[in-house]
Design a protein. Structure first.
Lengths: 296, 458
């Protein structure tokens, strides 16, 4: 825009147009700021409202206001004292960390093999993980339920970790493989000549080089259990083993009015750390998604 | 030759086919022979120890005496023959069709692994003999293991992933698919009742029984409409916001950006549940506000009003826009700032207006960079359980539908069929249909990218 204005200034025959242009210009500026303000209000309103509700005096949904008169932390106290919220938090955190470790380990090693070696069945393997990731994860739930019933993994956090980690192998392998293919092979070839073993190459060269994509995979795997609903709903039955998603959903489902403020407090306690994590690491997240889309 | 080894390689091959490892023994490779023989022993041992082979006084039946493999296969084929009954002595031991089916699938998968070892064993006996004939030297097993390790490195590293995938992904998916060909539902719940194979009956019912076909058509239509609308709104919403944000007039870009990115960073389920309460029919503050300013004189049932299902649908799409636009906005403003400045200079030289610049340059460039994501986003929305289930749980209820509401999409309908209504067979039919739709879209999407072409070049 600036260059256009300068060009206009430079040419005498458009001198009259300049003032009209200025008016038009400022109208556009005002419209743009209006749009920004409206969207910002729409984005912020629900957030402010839920924060306000969690600090408000009233306990019901009907009386919740965005800006509470006498802020109080009683809902947080009640949440922690009367429910198993802290247990749920710890459960979810534990599952998230374990899932992250297993997923990264399994998918990176598989991706290393698929991106660096030629072997029998490579194409068939790639094709089958591609097909596997297309099935709705839901489809196998009953079978997993019965499988875990037989192996005693029902109502057990390891069961959840196994399903999360295994379920994401196809997608993550594909993603990391795409990234590794952009890492020049000459690096590991020269290391091979220097006598490094395949395992050494993996730990000394491949892992450090694939840091950005590993950050992405680790982060998405860490996030997954926080808000996943179907799986824990199916596999976890006892109250003290629940994850946050189930606990929060049950506050709001059914008796909405009475438990609402506890839900609000719980939602804040979950959302704040995750939002911060996302906001700080958004660079990795966006570039990871783009890489995944472009390289398949 | 000197030690009479010059035999045709087919002989150790056949020997290994009869007794695993025998061919290797003939090839004078005892360690290898022992390994293969051990594998066969393991196979037989598993079968014998898990079955009832000690007491065959009443004759051999698959049901009573079969072990892990034989009973598994029997169970998979018959799905059980005797249901649980009440007798004078209490409940009798009946066949649990579903457990039998799953054990059968697991048994079959393991059997296939053993079969591949068996084939390897025959091939190895044959090839080693050929090699001996050629060189006259018996290869040392240790060399073989070393060679195996270096050539098997790939497979060994992949093994943990493969085991997890087979048990947690493949087996359940196979099970989920075959259930579509049974009558496993609330009326046939094991162990009290037996489940039977019914062929394509469920598929025929889906299209021929009016209540099912009507529900399916309605839900499928809305699923498609939802997937298209939610993707398009978020895509263009994000694009529009990115364009506005990138405008040179805007000051404090970072602040605006941070605000707009919030819906993406907040866990989706929490936002959805907050919206659910905001638009709660009985106590929700939005209705209250509209009443206070006099726009309406009664509370609006945003999500539950059966007389206006399109209100609920519009609300879902709007709320999804709130959730979804920031992601596309962040993505596109990233792409826009990385676009080559020189093309714009050139365009200006040629006298392009800002509008032309946008539609002829920016838009096509951004579109081509985000097209695969657009398709991925469509596929994700097609199965977007969260938005539908947490906002409306499929409601408002539709009396003409079978176990579904106006806003149910296929995946939430499957959830309800499975969890609430025990219609496992129909849910499975629906899963297969979803797979066909998503599978073909993804396959098409992947075939356009270079993922497989890389393989050829590698």
């Amino acid at each position: 825009m600036e260059t256009v204005t300068e060009l206009n200034k430079g040419t005498p025959q458009t001198g009259k147009k300049t003032s009209a242009y200025k008016v038009k210009n400022s109208i556009i500026t005002i419209l743009i700021y209006c749009q920004l303000l409206i969207v910002a209000a729409a984005v912020l309103f629900p957030i402010v409202w839920i924060v306000g509700a969690s600090f408000g005096q009233s306990t019901g949904l009907a009386n919740a206001t965005p800006i509470p008169k006498d802020p109080t932390i009683m809902h947080y106290k009640k949440l922690i004292e009367t429910t198993k919220f802290l247990d749920w938090y710890w459960n979810t955190f534990k599952i998230a960390v374990l899932n992250m470790i297993f997923s990264v380990f399994l998918s990176t090693s598989a991706a290393y093999i698929f991106s660096r070696f030629k072997f029998k069945g490579k194409k068939a393997g790639l094709m089958s993980i591609l097909i596997l990731q297309m099935f709705p994860s839901f489809m196998g739930m009953i079978a997993i339920y019965i499988l875990f019933l037989n192996f005693g993994l029902l109502n057990n956090h390891w069961g959840l970790v196994i399903v999360y980690a295994a379920g994401q192998i196809p997608f993550n392998t594909w993603l990391i493989k795409g990234y590794l293919q952009s890492v020049p092979k000459s690096l590991d070839e020269s290391a091979m000549i220097d006598g490094a073993t395949k395992t050494q190459i993996f730990f000394k060269i491949i892992l450090p080089l694939s840091k950005p994509i590993l950050t992405f995979v680790a982060l998405t795997q860490f996030m997954a259990p926080w808000m996943d609903f179907i799986l824990p709903r199916l596999l976890i039955s006892s109250n003290d083993k629940k994850t946050l998603a189930i606990g929060l959903f049950e506050f709001i489902n059914g008796n909405t009015n009475n438990n609402f403020t506890m839900f609000a407090a719980g939602a804040i306690l979950v959302a704040v750390p995750i939002t911060l994590l996302y906001a700080f690491l958004q660079k990795y997240l966006i570039s990871g998604i783009t890489a995944g889309a472009n390289k398949g | 030759m000197e030690n009479g080894m010059h035999k045709r390689p087919i002989i150790p091959g056949i020997a290994s086919a009869v007794i695993w490892g025998l061919g290797q023994l003939l090839n004078k490779q005892p360690v290898k022979a022992l390994f293969f023989f051990f594998m066969q022993a393991l196979l037989v041992l598993i079968e014998v120890l898990t079955g009832q082979y000690t007491d065959l006084s009443e004759g051999y039946t698959f049901r009573e005496n079969g072990g892990f493999f034989i009973k598994g296969l029997w169970g998979m084929v018959t799905l059980g023959e005797v249901p649980r009954r009440m007798s004078i002595l209490g409940l009798t031991d009946g066949d649990h069709s579903i457990v039998l089916l799953i054990n059968g699938i697991i048994g079959l998968i393991f059997l296939l692994i053993f079969v591949s070892v068996y084939i390897w064993n025959i091939k190895d006996a044959f090839r080693t003999r050929k090699l001996i004939n050629k060189t006259g030297i018996v290869p040392k097993t240790k060399d073989y293991i070393d060679e195996l390790w270096s050539s098997m490195f790939e497979y060994i590293v992949l093994t943990p992933s493969i085991i997890m995938l087979v048990l947690i992904c493949l087996m359940p998916i196979l099970f989920g698919m075959v259930i579509a060909f049974t009558n496993y539902n609330g009326a046939h719940l094991p162990p009290a009742k037996l489940v039977d194979w019914v062929g394509f009956d469920n598929f025929i019912n889906l299209f021929q029984l009016p209540i099912w076909s009507r529900t399916f058509m309605g839900v499928f239509g809305w699923t498609l409409a939802w997937a298209v609308l939610s993707t398009v709104t978020c895509f263009f919403g994000g694009l529009f916001q990115a364009v506005i944000l990138n405008n040179k007039r805007v000051k404090g870009k970072k602040v605006w950006r941070t605000i707009f990115i919030l819906p993406w960073a907040i866990p989706g389920m929490i936002s959805l549940l907050v919206f659910k309460t905001l638009f709660n029919g009985q106590f929700g503050p939005v209705s209250q506000f509209l009443m206070d300013i006099g726009l309406t004189d009664q509370r609006i049932s945003w999500f539950t009003d059966s007389s206006s299902p399109n209100l609920a649908r519009a609300m879902i799409i709007l709320i999804n826009l709130w959730l979804g636009f920031p992601y596309f906005m962040a993505l596109m403003s990233g792409i826009m700032t990385s676009l080559d400045k020189e093309i714009y200079e050139a365009a200006k030289m040629d006298g392009a207006s800002p509008g032309q610049e946008f539609w002829k340059l920016t838009f096509p460039l951004v579109l081509s960079a985000t097209a695969p994501l657009l398709i991925m986003s469509f596929a994700a929305n097609f199965n977007n359980f969260g938005v539908i289930y947490f906002l409306t749980q499929g409601g408002p209820t539709n009396p003409h539908y079978q176990f579904a509401g106006y806003t149910d999409i296929l995946i939430t309908w499957i959830y309800k069929l499975t969890i609430d209504n025990k219609m496992y067979n129909m849910a499975s039919v629906m899963s297969i249909i979803i797979f066909l739709v998503i599978g073909s879209i993804s396959a098409w999407n992947f075939s356009r990218t270079n993922a497989f072409k890389d393989e050829e070049g590698a």
